[in-house]
Design a protein around this ligand. Structure first.
Ligand SMILES: Nc1ncnc2c1ncn2[C@@H]1O[C@H](COP(=O)(O)OP(=O)(O)OP(=O)(O)O)[C@@H](O)[C@H]1O
Length: 273
């Protein structure tokens, strides 16, 4: 594997953000708080401004409120305090307009349906004509390299392939905001790294698409993100936000550079607070 030279990193260090300059704020959280019935303060005083086109990862120990923040941004749960705006309106409005989609750790496919029927589900629910459904399905299946598997059933696929189907389904309605909650957590390391590259390639092809990504894995967060929100528990807080000013495309060699280890160390330090 070839390492990216330090000079190349320094020279290009402003590039990931050229994609982001002059972009509108897509997600805005101001002093957001979530207290569950029973009194658990899952999220406290969360402030976050995410621009169109960013790739922001959320890292933190179990129970620090990562999924809760995602549920709030997706309009699946109401905040107890503070304000949230997604795409200029309420999170619920963004979800209902299909501009926002979700990928979970479990691929959540319908086992009795073929790959293509699983992928077209969001369009079936919206009554999109069948011909358009099929065209869009072939587009997204090609993006994830599964064009030859459209007739397969989920049980005929590996874990990595199921996750690709889930990603294809999330992309079919051209979402502006993709929320991914530990999507690669159940996969082996090699498959995980392959999917990281594939996800970055898809994101780079869609300069306006914003990805929010939950992971326990600091290495994964540094490899993928333009910015990392480090969360700490009891109560759940966004303790620090750390930029990853390294250009895209990020090659495999990025993982072995000193820039990579320095950012990993910064994130690990922030997690201790
Ligand atoms: N529906 C709920 N009702 C009551 N408490 C909840 C509910 N959902 C989450 N919690 C609590 O809120 C806190 C934050 O949970 P959350 O699932 O957001 O954390 P997380 O960082 O995503 O954890 P993990 O990494 O394990 O998925 C935890 O203490 C959890 O027990």
């Amino acid at each position: 594997m070839m390492a990216i030279s330090q000079e190349k990193l320094i020279e290009a260090s402003a590039q990931p953000f050229s994609r982001l300059s002059d972009r509108q704020t897509l997600v805005e959280l101001q002093q957001v708080e979530k207290i569950y019935p029973g009194g658990t303060v899952a999220v406290q005083d969360a402030n976050l401004h995410i621009k169109e086109g960013e790739f922001v990862s959320f890292v933190g120990p179990s129970g620090c409120g990562k999924s809760t923040i995602f549920r709030l941004i997706a309009g699946l749960s109401e905040p107890s305090g503070g304000s949230l705006q997604v795409m200029g309106g309420t999170p619920e409005a963004a979800r209902k307009s299909s501009q926002l989609s979700f990928v979970f750790q479990d691929a959540t496919l319908m086992p009795w349906c073929s790959v293509i029927d699983n992928v077209t589900l969001p369009l079936q629910l919206r009554g999109v004509p069948k011909k358009t459904q099929r065209e869009e399905a072939h587009r997204v299946l090609e993006l994830v390299g599964l064009q030859d598997y459209h007739k397969s059933l989920p049980r005929q696929l590996s874990g990595g392939m199921k996750m690709r189907v889930s990603i294809a389904r999330s992309l079919i309605a051209h979402p502006g905001l993709l929320l991914m909650d530990e999507p690669f957590g159940a996969l082996d390391e090699i498959t995980r790294q392959t999917l990281q590259h594939e996800l970055l390639a898809i994101w780079q092809k869609n300069p306006k698409m914003t990805v929010l990504f939950v992971t326990h894995n600091v290495f994964e967060a540094v490899f993928l993100s333009t910015r990392i929100a480090v969360m700490t528990p009891r109560p759940g807080k966004i303790a620090q936000q750390i930029d990853v000013p390294v250009p895209f495309p990020r090659e495999e060699g990025f993982r072995t550079t000193s820039a990579f280890s320095e950012i990993v160390t910064r994130v690990n330090e922030a997690l201790k607070h």
